[in-house]
Design a protein around this ligand. Sequence first.
Ligand code: GDP
Length: 197
Amino acid sequence: VFAEEPKLIAAAQALNEFPPAHLPEIAFAGRSNVGKSSLINALSRRTHVTRVSDKPGETQSINFYGIGPRLSLVDLPGYGFAYAADEKRESWSQLVEEYLQTRKSLKRVMLLIDARLQLKASDLDVIDMLERNRVRYQIVLTKADMVSTKDLARRATAAQQEVDRRSSHVSPLVMVSSQTGAGVLKLRAALSGLAVR
Ligand code: GDP
């Protein structure tokens, strides 16, 4: 499934710019700097996927990537800038919620959390949005190489408990490091299971 180089199909800033929903889709969400582009690159065996910036002040878009005839990946704009204007937060929420509400081909949202950090208020807001729209999702702890094995297990349990408390659509948490490759094969295999047979 991940054999082909990802091709940017669309960088959509509005509902009417979403491409046709032909293939099963996996979307990636997370706070800015969580390691989302690194993970998408690691999954697709690339060193560099065309990057459309989501830094403050620049235009946010939902980026749709084709990775072959069986699966698409969707890079949701990063969120959680403490210094982002309310207006920007609102436009993030509106575009992402429209995507979650309307996208029939969406199989799962991978919600990335930095393994060193707790779930933040902005992460919990996104979880509420996923719950409200009955979207199946899964927590991915990123940068697993940055914490000790013992700490990682403890943090994983805490994060899973926190989402289990509010959720019925959540799949078991996974841990990855794009740096070392730990967990990447396993995640790739799991996502391949959601692709067209
Ligand atoms: P994005 O903003 O979520 O797309 O985050 P990036 O993928 O650009 O990564 C943000 C920063 O975290 C960069 O400096 C990366 O090199 C670093 N990073 C990403 N993944 C890992 C990882 O698995 N381990 C470590 N140690 N650093 C990582």
